[in-house]
Design a protein around this ligand. Structure first.
Ligand SMILES: [Zn+2]
Length: 283
C-alpha cells in the first residue's frame, strides 16, 4: 500500500491509498487560522496514516476540525469511528446519507450500497440538510450537494480559488477501466453540468486524481457523452432484442461494448437507465 502526500493547491494536500490496482484520494485543506479540514476517507488508510501525513506537513491532530464524508458508499464505519475518536473533529455528511444508511432502508439498498447503521452513534455525524453550506473558517469554503453517483454526494467548493473537491461525484470515464457508476441518471447529468458551469481550474476527485485547466471541461464533456452512449446502447439493445433482457445480460453487453468492467453496484446504473427509458424522460 503506497501512501503519499502532495500539495496540489495552496494549502490543499492530496493523500493517496492504493487499494490493489485502484487508487483513492482524499484532500486535507488548511482553513486559514490553524484549522484543518479533511475531505473524504477514501484516501486515508487509518489513524497511523493520518498521523504520519500530519507530521510530514508539520501539523497536529488537534488542528483537524472537520471531516467531510463525500457520500456513503463503502463507508468504513470502524475507520470513521477511530479517526473521530483520534482527532475529536466534527463529522459532516448529507442528510440523504442517513436515510440510505438507516436500517429500515437496508433491503432497498441493493448492489454497491452497503448500508451502514448509525443508530448507535447518535451525535457523531452532523447531517447537513441545506446547501450550499458555508463553513465558518477564514478561508471561503462551501459544501454543495452533488448527487447522481449517490443521492448523498457532497462536494467542497473553494469557489473564489476555483477549486472543487468532488469525491466520486465525477466518475469518469477517464483513465480507469471501469464503467461509470451512478444511481440517478438525471441527477448525475445535472451535477456534471453544474461542475461545467462552475468552470473550476482544479477538480480534485477521489478516483481520477487532480484534473486541471482545460482538461476539466474536456473530462466533464467526456463523462456526459459516456452517459449518453450508455443510454443509447441500452435503448438500442432493448429495441433489437424481442425477448425479455435481464439486467445481468445488459451489464455483460455494456461491458463488452465499452471494454470496461462493471463496478460493484453497476446494476443500479442500468436500473436507473431502464427506469428513465420506461418513463420517457430522456434529455
Ligand atoms: Zn461511491
Amino acid at each position: 500500500m503506497q501512501r503519499e502526500i502532495a500539495e496540489v493547491h495552496d494549502g490543499v494536500w492530496q493523500m493517496t491509498v492504493d487499494h490493489g490496482r485502484l487508487r483513492a484520494w482524499s484532500y486535507l485543506i488548511d482553513a486559514a487560522e490553524g484549522e484543518l479540514i479533511l475531505y473524504d476517507l477514501e484516501g486515508i488508510a487509518g489513524v497511523a496514516h493520518l498521523t504520519s501525513v500530519l507530521k510530514k506537513i508539520g501539523r497536529q491532530p488537534s488542528e483537524l476540525r472537520v471531516l467531510i464524508l463525500s457520500h456513503s458508499h463503502h463507508l468504513n464505519k470502524a475507520k470513521l469511528r477511530s479517526l473521530h475518536a483520534f482527532a475529536n473533529c466534527k463529522v459532516l455528511a448529507c442528510l440523504q446519507g442517513r436515510q440510505i444508511m438507516a436500517p429500515a432502508a437496508a433491503p432497498a439498498a441493493a448492489g454497491g450500497d452497503v448500508p451502514v447503521d448509525f443508530s448507535g452513534d447518535a451525535g457523531m455525524i452532523d447531517w447537513l440538510e441545506f446547501f450550499p453550506f458555508k463553513l465558518p473558517f477564514g478561508r471561503e469554503m462551501q459544501i454543495v450537494h452533488t448527487p447522481g453517483h449517490s443521492p448523498d454526494g457532497i462536494s467542497l467548493s473553494l469557489s473564489q480559488e476555483r477549486v472543487l473537491m468532488c469525491g466520486e461525484a465525477f466518475v469518469g470515464p477517464g483513465p480507469a477501466d471501469y464503467l461509470p457508476l451512478y444511481t440517478n441518471v438525471q441527477d448525475y447529468r445535472n451535477t456534471l453540468r453544474w461542475v461545467a458551469e462552475q468552470a473550476p481550474e482544479k477538480l480534485l476527485t477521489a478516483r481520477y486524481g487532480v484534473i486541471e485547466g482545460r482538461r476539466v471541461p474536456a473530462a466533464v464533456d467526456q463523462a456526459l457523452r459516456m452517459v449518453q452512449h450508455i443510454e443509447d446502447f441500452i435503448a438500442e439493445s432493448i429495441s433489437k432484442i424481442d425477448h425479455d433482457i435481464t439486467i445481468e445480460q445488459l451489464i455483460l453487453m455494456l461491458s463488452a461494448r465499452f471494454g470496461r468492467k462493471a463496478p460493484v453496484g453497476f446494476s443500479d446504473t442500468v436500473r436507473a437507465h431502464l427506469e428513465l427509458l420506461r418513463t420517457g424522460r430522456r434529455s
